[in-house]
Write a protein that binds this ligand. Sequence first.
Ligand code: SF4
Ligand code: SF4
Length: 255
Amino acid sequence: MKPKIAVHKFTSCDGCQLAFLNLGEDLLVLSELVDIVHFAEAGPVNPDAEVDIAFVEGSVSTPHEIDRIHRIRDNSRFLITIGACATAGGLQALRNLADARQWITSLYTRPEHIQSLETSTAISGHVKADLELWGCPVNGRQIIAAVRALLFGVVPPQEKDKVCMECKRQQTVCVMVTRGIPCMGPVTLTGCGAICPRFGRDCYACYGPAENPNTAAISQRFEGLGLLHQDIVRRFEFINNAAPAFAEAGKKYHD
Ligand code: SF4
Ligand code: SF4
């Protein structure tokens, strides 16, 4: 019998699910190796099925999602979070720094119909995640590598390097050294292939903090390049604003 997998959506933009769909031929190969029993965006719907691997996209931001994630965890052998929302709460975790109720009342004419939590939190804040794939969105290569490792009974390796390492491996010219562009690569987890510097632009840390990120040093460098404190805060309080290393670094520069 083929292993069963499910892809679940929580609060998110669907971009990581699209990473699955954009696998192209690899998706066809994957569908021969596994049974995809739940993946609403692609067709099959069976959210309460017991599966070997559950992929979860999105953060927990409603009371209903708290119940759902516990059910999914109970029904899954491995649970893998995919993307910035599921691993760190996503851009929507900016609400954690504000009065979320006030935002709701100022945005909606009938706020009493909105059932939303005060915070947006990572999946690992509620249940155990066996593997966290960072990125906004994740890329197909990461997903295939994780599934392949699990199918062979091996725990998939977790990336730890910084984007700068990837630049060096590819001999990409550093945008910060050569053009003085403030780049988050020195504190950001690799996995994307350093795609932004390859195209001559700075990394904005969509893959979240790398292992042991020296956020103090990069903040000082940004100051040296002329960034105001508020601009440094924005670098950290962006897509992965609730990742602890970035949240701490951002807090230090709040005037
Ligand atoms: S371009 Fe950015 S990611 Fe690449 S080496 Fe320079 S600082 Fe690091
Ligand atoms: S270079 Fe940085 S911003 Fe660009 S895709 Fe990679 S992690 Fe994301």
